[in-house]
Ligand binder design. Structure first.
Ligand code: UDP
Ligand code: MN
Length: 324
């Protein structure tokens, strides 16, 4: 029985796969008795797939763009739905009777295996619009017919928010009113900024939280991290406490196994070294994508990577490159 139940996540690139690795380790750390499964696309590199294989029981590679079905025909005209359609593949994991989907930007902080007592479709109200559920955490039952029905529905109706949450809320439309047992407690999908947005409630109920979701544009892997002190930069929409938990787990259980073969932020973070720093270099390490976010937020690392001499060098390289 327990063998036929799984936590499922999804990653379409090495960067989201970092999140999936942290998520999977967090589930193992709280001693889940359920299986762990992940849906990936061909873009995820072999190196990352081998790391995923060490912690997940099942890796399912799906290539929505390669299929000859209706979904593929739609994607050819609407490529922005690609990630969304990949996530829907979770309904095809029919080797399991019941599953709990978790986004890759989630950290599990306490055992939550009791979620498998719930029925499809159970989820937590979305903080932005509580009549909708947030699709970062949901209980579902794999079934090929449901999969086809969702794809068909998505093709006919599109998504009002451009993502899977819009489609799933319209497909499971009666979630809002039909059965209160399908409404899960906020402790199963706490937005990591709730500690700031409703502090008294966090003080009262925070110790009960089991699942933390870093939803929004800024993900933990984009955060600045001080390699000398092992502390994450507190400037973030997410709570420092939870970001630090994510980074502690990442540095302990994921980062040591990364190599430069990994692509995106995963490749960049493979070079991170903890401990005393060389004179003249910056203690804060972050990926280039994270650095771009910092720039946009007005934090410029004048002495380090963004120093004028480095910018000048980069410009020179671009000029040289374009002459060739
Ligand atoms: N996802 C992915 N690749 C992407 C974007 C999203 O694999 O480029 C998957 C991943 O599992 C992610 C989920 O889709 O957690 C939902 O996206 P995200 O968490 O970024 O949305 P948010 O929760 O911020 O609305
Ligand atoms: Mn998410």
């Amino acid at each position: 029985m327990v063998d036929q139940q799984a936590f499922v996540t999804c990653a379409t690139n090495d960067t989201y796969a970092l999140g999936a690795l942290v998520l999977a380790h967090s589930l193992r750390n709280v001693q889940t008795t359920r299986k762990l499964a992940i849906i990936v696309t061909p873009q995820v590199t072999n190196k990352i797939r081998s790391l995923l294989g060490n912690v997940f029981d099942l890796i399912k590679v799906v290539d929505v763009l390669d299929s000859k079905d209706e979904a593929n025909l739609t994607l050819l005209t609407r490529p922005e739905l690609g990630v969304t359609f990949t996530k829907f593949h979770c309904w095809r994991l029919t080797q399991f009777q019941k599953c709990v989907f978790l986004d890759a930007d989630i950290l599990v902080v306490q055992n939550c295996d009791e979620l498998f007592d719930r029925e499809e479709l159970s989820a937590v109200p979305d903080v932005g619009w509580p009549d909708c559920f947030n699709s970062g955490v949901f209980v579902f039952q794999p079934n090929e017919e449901t999969y086809s029905a969702i794809i068909k529905f998505a093709i006919q109706n599109g998504s009002f928010d451009g993502g899977d949450q819009g489609v799933l809320n319209m497909f499971f439309k009666d979630w809002r009113t039909a059965d209160i047992s399908r409404h899960l407690s906020f402790i199963y999908n706490m937005n990591a900024n709730a500690t700031y947005s409703y502090q008294p409630a966090y003080k009262q109920f925070g110790k009960d939280v089991k699942i933390v979701h870093f939803l929004g544009h800024i993900k933990p892997w984009m955060q600045m991290y001080n390699s000398e002190t092992g502390r994450v930069q507190p400037d973030s929409p997410h709570s420092f406490e939870h970001l630090q938990l994510w980074w502690d787990l990442f540095m302990r259980q994921v980062q040591p196994n990364l190599t430069e073969e990994c692509s995106g932020i995963a490749g960049e973070l493979s070079k991170l070294q903890i401990g005393p720093i060389a004179p003249g270099s910056s203690a804060f390490i972050q990926s280039s994508e994270a650095r771009r976010y910092a720039w946009e937020r007005g934090q410029v690392d004048y002495m380090g990577a963004d120093a004028f001499s480095n910018i000048e060098k980069k410009l020179q390289e671009s000029i040289e490159g374009s002459k060739k």
